[in-house]
Design a protein around this ligand. Sequence first.
Ligand code: FAD
Ligand code: SF4
Length: 498
Amino acid sequence: MSVGVWILGDQLGLNQAALGTLDDRVSQPVILIESLQQVRERPYHQQKLVLIWSAMRHFAAELRDSGYQVTYAKSEDFETPLKVWIQAHNITELRVMNPNNRPFLQLIQNLQLPCKLTLIANNQFLCRETEFKEWASSRKRLLMEDFYRVSRQRFQVLMKGNKPVGGKWNFDKENRQPPKGKLNTPPAIWFEPDGITQEAIAEVKSLSFPTYGDVEPFRWGVTRQQALQVLNNFIAQRLPTFGPYQDAMVTGEETMWHSLISPYLNIGLLHPLEVIQAAEIAGGEHDLDLNSVEGFIRQILGWREYIRGVYFYVDADYFQKNWFNHTRPLPEFFWDASKTDLNCLHQVLTQVESSGYAHHIQRLMILSNFGLIAGISPQELENWFHSAFIDAYDWVMQTNVLGMGLFADGGVLASKPYAASANYINKMSDYCRGCKYDRTVRSGENACPFNFFYWDFLARHREKLQAIGRMSFILANLDKMPPAELVTIRQKATEWDS
Ligand code: FAD
Ligand code: SF4
């Protein structure tokens, strides 16, 4: 019997479960496949294609150096090279680590292969699907905070016995400061493309199907060693003050204090446990502020694990959810930032075009907030996010965009819609200062579209929203609005043309 391993493009860790033990390595045939069909699925960001292809090629070289017999195939589909390889190596059992992606799991299961297929439990997350289901199935509401506390106890992270270190589970109140004065953000680490990456850049430049964004300058890491450099730089330079300005947005400051590790975590170059441990150890050794250390650890042990857990817990038709029945087509400017004069959107979309990255609040409170209040089709916006971001994958996209960002699941994930007017954007960013719209106006000339869309959204969905307890205060403000002004606002929202 001969066992072969197929490594998927987002499973690039030497510790990944399908690879087996060190003793097996010398004889174990391994295959990695670049499929063009796969990348044609949507107009992906060009840098995402470079990242995946270059990281796969670097990983294949690393595997060869570790003793594996590696085959690297470039093909239209997956099935053709798999069959050739299975026959050439007399493989009787093909092992694949479970993909983090429901449609891809189906694709694998539908392959017509001349050998047995074994799916190995995925070890890229801390909480297995079955464990999340066990936690979730006994609850009425899937609250992230509950899941996070259980995970802190389970993995003994920031715990003193059975109590949270510092006496509190959550220091969020200290972490929502608006930007003020000169920020002195510690610089991020970027990389010059090596030969392998340059080759991938050239290939992406020559693609004949639609893609998105700029391919250069490409500055992302593509190896585990580079991913570790990014992590170590974050822990040393940014973690100490990660907390306070976590939600702030500043023109020209694309990364603020954020870690930039999602592209690497999501393809297996980093493991969540090592990231959490690095933050906890640094916090203890350097006596770092708990609001920063806990605030960061919650992102990984809480949000990331929870988002993936919910993805596999909800029904497979989750991606079709549209609780508000929003049908406005995605404005063209999402694909071309130069086509919008709303400064906040222009700044963030320009940044996404040039790097594939925006930080959490830019994604949530600028991009998806706009989609929510303007009534854009959740499926169109989800497809855009999936295409545009360097770290986007099915498991992280659906629950974040449809659930957290757009409330399209009717509240499976969020306790109320993340809807906000220009007030929030002006408080948490400097974008309004450079904008042609007036952030203080909601119905008059030059009114900020975030204002009239916000009030229109509340009025449009009043009935649904009033069933959500946390919305009552906001709806009371809507009721105080002069009826004639609401008519103007609603007209402006209906007539708005991007
Ligand atoms: P940091 O702010 O430094 O956070 C550290 C890590 O925490 C991140 O690297 C990430 O791994 C994890 N994390 C934090 N929040 C989440 C979350 N909600 N879901 C999953 N992981 C989380 N994350 C992606 O990895 N890919 C995406 O495509 C993606 N799309 C998003 C779309 C929307 C509408 C929203 C609201 C969030 C999205 N997120 C996504 C979550 C989060 O915004 C990014 O993980 C984060 O901005 C990545 O940048 P960073 O590594 O600098 O994060
Ligand atoms: Fe955005 Fe409105 Fe502020 Fe302009 S005024 S930056 S459109 S929130």
